[in-house]
Design a protein around this ligand. Structure first.
Ligand code: SAM
Length: 288
């Protein structure tokens, strides 16, 4: 297993950012949420659906991906399930699952993320169903083997795969027969990857703190070698142009353009499914 996991490292085998630096990056990014009032931390199925359809909302840009995630999570029997929100950020998804009856663990490198996530849980009256751990996912020794029925990771696995032990630990804490659900940036498209790198350089974002290891075929093959079934649903090909319109989703013309690109994508991907591997986002459901 160790060999396979090392395979997921960058081509030069280097990890060019330390976990401390990555933590610092995310602590700073999440600190702004300390000023968010409790009522604005309310998260449940209805608020999620509303946010997905609100052009000014945080989820709008990824609404196709997150709508698919929401449908996937809600199709699970969540009540009583033991769930890990892996690289949870400020905990929207984990708390959402707690409001559906799951017993949720929030895990993130950033203590600020966990602080906000736990506040969110309390603000939704599910504090008793949610616990939080601020730690590096490459050491999950605080959890027992097979402790979780379901692990959900949104835009997080591509951060942790660069650490040699992370996948081994994830596999250890997922029970046999358990499920891994991933919402990820899909990384097979060289043009999109080039544009992403260009943007990080412009914004002076350290690549590894961002999305240098975006999930691509290599990482999916790695997952296939550890899971009995891996289903991959790519989305947004031409509609990835939405990134150009970031911050302008309130405009009717922008919404219409994105809707139009999404409609073309649907036709393209239906008639030429191989184009799916060049999409910009992907939902992965893997069964252990
Ligand atoms: C792009 S954010 C996604 C956050 C959240 N899941 C979401 O969808 O909004 C990536 C998250 O992974 C966390 N992360 C990065 N490296 C990690 C590690 N080694 N262990 C645990 N969490 C990590 C970061 O702190 C950050 O919150």
């Amino acid at each position: 297993m160790a060999c396979a996991i090392r395979f997921a490292l960058r081509d030069n085998g280097a990890v060019s950012i330390t976990t401390a630096q990555e933590q610092q990056f995310y602590d700073a990014a999440y600190a702004v949420h300390r000023h968010t009032p409790d009522h604005a931390l309310r998260t449940n199925r209805e608020s999620m659906l509303r946010d997905l359809n609100q052009p000014g909302g945080a989820f709008y840009e990824r609404r196709k991906l997150y709508s698919a995630v929401l449908a996937e999570l809600l199709s699970e029997p969540l009540a009583g399930r033991v769930v890990l929100d892996y690289g949870c950020g400020v905990g929207e998804w984990g708390v959402l699952m707690a409001t559906e009856g799951a017993r949720v663990t929030l895990l993130d490198l950033s203590p600020v993320a966990i602080e906000i996530g736990l506040r969110r849980a309390a603000a939704n009256d599910v504090g008793h169903k949610v616990r939080g751990y601020a730690r590096d996912a490459s050491d999950l020794s605080c959890f027992a083997d097979g402790e979780f029925d379901l692990i959900y990771a949104s835009a997080a696995l591509h951060h942790t795969l660069k650490y040699p032990n992370a996948l081994a630990e994830l596999l250890r804490v997922l029970r046999p027969g358990g499920k891994l659900i991933l919402a990820e940036t899909y990384g097979n498209n060289m043009i999109l990857n080039g544009l992403r790198r260009f943007r990080w350089r412009l914004s002076r974002q350290p690549e590894d703190a961002g999305e240098d290891i975006i999930l691509g075929d290599r990482e999916l093959d790695l997952l296939r070698s550890h899971f009995s079934r891996v289903s991959v649903t790519p989305m947004n090909l031409l509609a990835m142009a939405k990134r150009v319109f970031r911050g302008r989703f309130g405009s009717r013309a922008v919404c219409a353009t994105i809707g139009w690109l999404e409609a073309i994508d649907l036709r393209l991907l239906n008639s030429l499914p191989f184009l799916g591997r060049y999409c910009g986002e992907v939902l992965v459901v893997a069964e252990r």
